[in-house]
Ligand binder design. Structure first.
Ligand code: SAM
Length: 271
């Protein structure tokens, strides 16, 4: 999978590409990230990429011509002339006005061969860039950043780790927060539970490692007793509790068994 980033701050990405899962994915050739300096597509002496807004008001706006040239230099024509078959390229504008980026969108992107991410700055990007070239606008949350670079880094990290082969254990992304796996307490498997909390769209359960006691807090006993069914049940319940406490909105669409619902109702859930 290949990402192309268009930005006025190309150096911004050197750190995120040099660490952890992303670094390994790049080294293994599973993911390719190319960073393009928008100013290379400006033709005046000052390499100008922004201008004042029509209609007046504060700030500057990224001009359409350098962005159009940058996108076209990647071999991507305006979207009207592009194939929109699954698996082909997606051109994405990072924008506070975009649709909210989610794990489900990250999964969709991980299945695409090529993703182009356009990082806005100042007051944003001339609207015609989105109209002509972008398949979607994505926001990473309901707040305003000073530039699209941080948002692009979030999108790359979330999508790249879902590309086949990037995480050592293929199943591990299925069993984390917002995962697709639904292994409730009744779906017992032989052997130790890997991460079997039955995410099914809910949050992950709490994790513990050594030491068994830390500053007066002991690791829950059930985790040390080797009863896999009990561990699975405990993890499922803690994941449900945490979701109810921190993200009750997720429960409406989550894959819940009848005993999950009973457990949540006993905690005051009204669903
Ligand atoms: N005037 C814009 C607004 O109110 O929606 C904010 C522009 S912001 C200062 C500059 C750039 O940061 C945007 O063009 C976009 O690329 C990026 N940005 C800001 N917030 C973002 C968010 N929540 N998600 C994704 N990108 C964001």
């Amino acid at each position: 999978m290949r990402f192309d980033l268009i930005t006025i701050f190309p150096d911004f990405f050197s750190s995120i590409l040099a660490h952890g899962v992303l670094r390994r994915a790049l080294a293994a050739g599973l993911v390719d990230v190319r960073v393009h300096d928008l100013r290379a597509f400006a033709h005046d002496r000052h390499r100008t990429v922004d201008d004042r807004p029509f209609g007046g008001g504060e700030g500057m706006v990224l001009k359409p011509e350098p962005l159009a040239e940058a996108i076209e230099s990647l071999g991507l024509p305006p979207k009207a002339d592009r194939e929109t078959t699954p698996g082909s390229a997606q051109v994405i504008l990072l924008s506070a006005q975009g649709a909210r980026f989610t794990q489900s969108i990250a999964r969709d992107l991980a299945a695409v061969d090529r993703v182009v991410l356009i990082c806005g700055r100042y007051e944003g990007v001339d609207e015609r860039v989105s109209q002509l070239f972008c398949d979607r606008e994505l926001s990473i949350g309901d707040y305003v950043l000073s530039g699209g670079e941080l948002a692009a880094a979030v999108v790359i990290d979330a999508a790249a780790r879902l590309v086949r082969g990037v995480l050592g254990n293929e199943a591990s992304s299925e069993f984390e927060s917002f995962g697709l796996a639904d292994l409730g307490p009744d779906s017992a498997t032989d052997g130790p539970p890997r991460s079997t909390h039955g995410a099914g769209g809910i949050l992950d359960y709490p994790h513990y490692t050594r030491p068994a006691e830390f500053r007066g807090l002991a690791v829950p006993e059930v985790l040390a007793q080797g009863d896999h069914a009990a561990i699975r049940r405990w993890r499922r319940q803690r994941a449900l509790e945490k979701t109810l406490r921190n993200r009750p909105d997720l429960l409406a669409a989550a894959a819940l068994a009848e005993d999950d619902r009973a457990f949540l109702r006993a905690l005051g859930w009204k669903g």
